[in-house]
Design a protein. Structure first.
Length: 251
């Protein structure tokens, strides 16, 4: 889609990110680069716990955080978008034992497979619990949120909930501005959440007749090419009927 629309560039952001300042510098980078990525970390960790959490984790989850990516829609950017889309059609799932972690791990290949790639090492981009210990977050006299000596462009509020709280406390420590940002974000999420939507609702959690989809059903469909060929729509009642005949769903 990125290459079919009439735009010169596309910037993707995860839905759990929040902009605090304009991304104009990204557009400037795309004047001379075709792909822009942000790594999880900008410097080595020093403490053992941080090495385990923040250096070892990207070894299986991916060096770059794909909560952000920017591309030009021509040249290497278009070639990357096509390659990535093709890989994700079949291999976008979480299976570290096979070297896979959803859309993210694939992009470890990008600096080798493609030219005109810029690895953005500005601490104002993609700040999150896994790198906040390497950034000093402040608010200046004009009310601008800053990361080290520059503007905070966007924060990645990953894992809203108990786990996110644990990791934020572990690495933000006494950076009180960080907790204020999280408090504000929680308020915005609560304000935007409809009471009509069930807690932890997921549109892809059931077949079209309402039957819950179990993990075993997903794995079976993923691993069986014959099933994917025969049941083009994995949510169809035909697939549900087949699962019932095979005893994989209670009649």
């Amino acid at each position: 889609m990125a290459t079919k629309l009439d735009f010169d560039a596309v910037i993707y952001l995860d839905p759990d990110t929040c902009l605090f300042n304009p991304l104009t510098p990204i557009l400037d980078l795309l004047e001379t680069n075709d792909i822009v990525l942000t790594p999880h970390l900008l410097a080595p960790e020093e403490e053992r716990t941080a090495i385990i959490d923040n250096e070892i984790c990207p070894l299986w989850a991916g060096i770059y955080n794909l909560g952000f990516v920017a591309i030009r829609t021509t040249g290497e950017g278009a070639r990357f978008a096509s390659w990535w889309a093709q890989r994700l059609r079949e291999f976008c799932h979480d299976d570290p034992a096979k070297g896979l972690f959803v859309d993210q791990k694939w992009c470890d290949h990008v600096p080798v497979f493609f030219d005109k790639v810029h690895i953005l090492k500005d601490p104002g981009y993609n700040t999150a619990s896994w790198n906040v210990n390497q950034r000093k977050i402040t608010i200046d006299a004009d009310g601008n949120v800053r990361a080290n000596d520059g503007l905070l462009r966007f924060w990645h509020f990953t894992k809203l909930g108990p786990l996110g709280d644990v990791m934020t406390r572990r690495y933000a420590k006494d950076q009180f501005v960080v907790y204020e940002l999280w408090r504000w974000y929680r308020e915005q999420v609560a304000r935007s959440t409809s009471a009509a939507v069930p807690d932890r609702y997921w549109a892809f959690g059931q077949f079209e007749d309402g039957t819950p989809i179990e993990r075993a059903h997903r794995l079976l469909y993923r691993e069986r090419q014959d099933l994917r060929d025969h049941f083009k729509d994995p949510f169809s009642i035909d697939f549900v009927a087949w699962l019932r005949t095979e005893g994989r769903i209670a009649a």
